[in-house]
Design a protein around this ligand. Structure first.
Ligand SMILES: [Zn+2]
Length: 318
């Protein structure tokens, strides 16, 4: 079968494949396809622009759209779930799995759309996120914390993990000793890999970042003793205890820098400067040899979103 698009695939062990979600540049976001006994489970999607790439990826894996049993969405931030309604319409046998606090937003996305348009403007919204299609409620299953799920002979556990967002849950792959962590286990761009391995950064995107919840959720992920975590940004990392320690160190630093500047006249700029400094120091300690300007380029969007999220946390705490 020939396809109009060429998906970028990364093949991992245990029938796991990362499919680049084509969000901005390649290497930024990846959905994951898990195949077991000829059946498939997809974790996260990307925007509607990712959908043709995911369908082409299934074809490359020798699967038709009817081979997909589950569409698991870690949370409903649009870079993960914006295209999920569009994709679900292409998967005749799939059911969507959503956290009870996330499901209403995918069934009736008007609020999600209006919120995004308010932040980015209508034109950017249409270009970046494409169409956000509602999900038919009868095709959505709401998850319970600790619930088990099967795909062929393979068993998974679902864990509710607030901290990045209140409606975040992760998928624990018990057979592959892996966790599909969405944004709960941070972001790890491959550009920051060194001889020490991967580097990870905490994402505090608006509007539900909560440091104590996030620490507890990271501990919970580590408690499964996984060999690997699969991140949306960007795919597989090992060395889980070291990365968890790095994430918790950063959470402590985020709280300290937010509190330090809480009453500052230019709170936003002061927090930006401190978070930038923190990342530059952590990357230097990690043996990263990229120029400071290149690091700034790679992290600019995350820096801006993280500071906005920390400010939202400060305001909520008042
Ligand atoms: Zn997110």
């Amino acid at each position: 079968m020939t396809s109009a698009v060429q998906p970028l695939l990364l093949r991992h062990p245990h029938g796991i494949t990362a499919v680049d979600a084509e969000y901005g540049v390649r290497g930024h976001s990846a959905a994951h396809v898990i195949v077991q006994d000829g059946r498939a489970l997809i974790v996260d999607v990307g925007t509607s622009h990712a959908v043709p790439f995911l369908l082409a990826a299934l074809a490359e894996l020798g699967l038709g759209p009817d081979a997909v049993d589950w569409l698991f969405l870690t949370h409903v931030h649009l870079d993960h779930a914006g295209g999920a309604g569009t994709l679900l319409r292409q998967l005749p046998r799939a059911r969507a799995l959503l956290h009870p606090r996330g499901a209403p937003h995918m069934i009736a996305p008007a609020k999600l759309i209006a919120g995004t348009q308010a932040v980015y403007g209508e034109e950017t919204y249409a270009r970046v996120y494409g169409e956000i299609v509602p999900m038919a409620p009868e095709r959505v299953d709401v998850t319970r914390d600790g619930e088990r799920l099967r795909l062929g002979a393979r068993e998974f556990e679902i864990a509710h993990t607030p901290g990045h967002a209140l409606h975040h849950h992760v998928l624990v792959d018990l057979g592959a000793r892996s966790v599909f962590t969405g944004d709960t286990f941070g972001l790890s761009y491959r550009a920051f890999d060194t001889e020490q391995g991967p580097w990870v950064l905490v994402t505090s995107t608006p509007t539900q970042f909560d440091p104590a919840q996030l620490e507890a959720s990271i501990d919970r992920i580590v408690g499964y003793a996984p060999e690997s975590a699969y991140l949306m940004h960007y795919s597989r990392v090992g060395d889980i205890p070291r990365l968890a320690a790095e994430l918790k160190l950063q959470i402590g630093e985020y709280v300290a820098l937010a509190e330090r500047h809480a009453a500052a006249a230019d709170r936003h700029a002061a927090m930006r400067a401190d978070m930038r400094g923190l990342w530059q120091r952590r990357l230097e300690a990690h043996g990263c040899r990229l120029a400071a300007g290149r690091i700034d380029e790679l992290l600019e969007t995350d820096l801006e979103l993280n500071v906005q999220g920390l400010e939202a946390w400060l305001d909520r705490r008042r």
